[in-house]
Write a protein that binds this ligand. Structure first.
Ligand SMILES: [Zn+2]
Length: 446
């Protein structure tokens, strides 16, 4: 792979332990790692001009359902509440198979890459018609993003009082067996890993208490992470109190779902006791601000979580609740929402960008990512601040206040995935044509 020198960038926001910021400086990439950050670096390898640019660590997406990219903005589901939305989409998702999972994941990961994302997790919880987790793993390998897929699951179907039709849920024994298969087959625990598998029942309401507990035991046995949706809205809290006799935080704790190897999506309704529990147990949170807005769930107490020491990252969530996967936009929305609820000084653009980069990496258990420092992985986003959206800005490094929201260049593990705004790793027009055709066929069929 050799060396690449990003030379003479206007600003480098390292997000390292000292929060170092460099001006008119360089980043040297060697064999997938950051070899140096500073002024006057030299290299005999490839030279890429950083002039007119701000360099940041790649952004980290901690929550997504990539398969939903094929069902964006579906008529009849755009303004529906959760139940109606699911009723509209379950029949469409029932027609998915391996190819749909693969193409949808490719499209979603390309979209993320263009918004500066270098590491994404995914939460895939239905497996119709022979679809498997590796359909998405192969897609990520082709796009070139670092990938943390999670083996999701639903086991309570309509006949047992659940929401999904019975043919979209799986037997719990089969779920656990497949969890073992995908961890053994695809999880790479090594530093610099491009693929780490997690285990992720869809939500506490879509599987049994026993499967939640057994999944946690299996994850600890295999040394992989746990992920699910938690405390998303008021109905979520009411359901937990009515069916489990406790709040979601307590339910999670009782079943082994707290700890540094666990992260929960949303957590909009965590109360101070639960925030304290998450801080003490070092349980992570995937904050999904646009999804929370689109569904009217509320404003997550990110300020309180951060002040208490909770590890928080960002998630775009799936097209179910956010039809756009713009991770830089989520960082901006994070800052804006905290200001709406707590005043204009509640969160700086720098802090929001910190949450989007090293914050997310920490949530996913990746201290080797999310910061530009010696020996860390060369996952780098380069933003052109010489264009329209940042012209006149007195502080182009405050990327969330002006712009741009799309990267000029993107490196993952030292490999250039986006060059001058174009994805280098696949035929994008071909993918768009295939994705569009597939989406049309799925929707028109019913
Ligand atoms: Zn979700």
């Amino acid at each position: 792979m050799g060396e690449t020198l990003i030379q003479n960038a206007n600003t480098i926001l390292t997000m390292d332990d000292q929060d170092q910021v460099f001006h008119n400086a360089d980043v040297l990439i060697r064999e997938g790692e950051i070899a140096a950050v500073g002024q006057g670096l030299v290299s005999s390898g490839e030279i890429l001009s950083g002039e007119g640019c701000v360099v940041t660590p790649g952004l980290v997406n901690t929550h997504h359902h990539l398969y939903q990219n094929l069902t964006r903005a579906v008529p009849g589901a755009q303004d529906a509440l959760l139940f109606g939305w699911l009723q509209r989409l379950y029949p469409i998702w029932s027609r998915f198979g391996p190819e749909e999972m693969f193409v949808s994941a490719q499209l979603g990961l390309v979209e993320l890459a263009l918004s500066g994302c270098t590491l994404s997790s995914d939460h895939l919880y239905l497996y119709p018609n022979g679809a498997r987790l590796e359909d998405t793993i192969h897609a990520a390998a082709q796009v070139g993003l670092r990938f943390h897929p999670t083996r999701g699951a639903m086991s309570i179907g309509e006949s047992q009082g659940g929401l999904p039709p019975d043919h979209l849920v799986e037997a719990e024994e089969a779920i656990l067996e497949d969890m073992i298969r995908v961890v053994d087959g695809f999880h790479d625990a090594a530093e610099g890993s491009m693929c780490r598998v997690g285990l992720a029942p869809c939500s506490p309401f879509s599987v049994s208490r026993e499967l939640m507990r057994d999944t946690a035991i299996l994850a600890r046995d295999k040394g992989v992470m746990l992920h699910t949706h938690l405390a998303e809205n008021e109905e979520d809290i009411a359901y937990s109190e009515a069916h489990f006799g406790c709040r979601p935080g307590q339910y999670a704790e009782e079943l082994g779902w707290t700890g540094p190897d666990v992260w929960h999506a949303h957590c909009v309704k965590l109360n101070p006791v639960e925030i304290d529990l998450f801080a003490r147990s070092r349980t992570g949170v995937a904050h999904c601000p646009c999804s929370n807005c689109r569904l009217g769930s509320g404003i997550a107490p990110v300020r309180q979580m951060r002040d208490a020491g909770v590890s928080v990252g960002l998630g775009v969530d799936g097209s179910a609740s956010n039809d756009m996967a713009d991770l830089m936009g989520e960082a901006r929305q994070t800052m804006l929402l905290q200001r709406v609820s707590q005043g204009a000084d509640a969160m700086s653009p720098y802090e929001a960008l910190q949450i989007a980069t090293r914050g997310g990496a920490d949530v996913l258990g990746r201290p080797d990512c999310g910061r530009l420092a010696l020996g860390k992985r060369a996952d780098i986003a380069i933003w052109d601040v010489s264009g329209v959206s940042s012209s006149g800005s007195w502080d182009p490094a405050a990327l969330l206040l002006a712009g741009p929201s799309k990267v000029k260049h993107l490196f993952v593990e030292g490999r250039q995935v986006v060059r001058s705004g174009e994805v280098t790793t696949l035929d994008l027009p071909g993918l768009l044509e295939q994705h569009h055709r597939m989406a049309q066929a799925l929707i028109l069929a019913g």
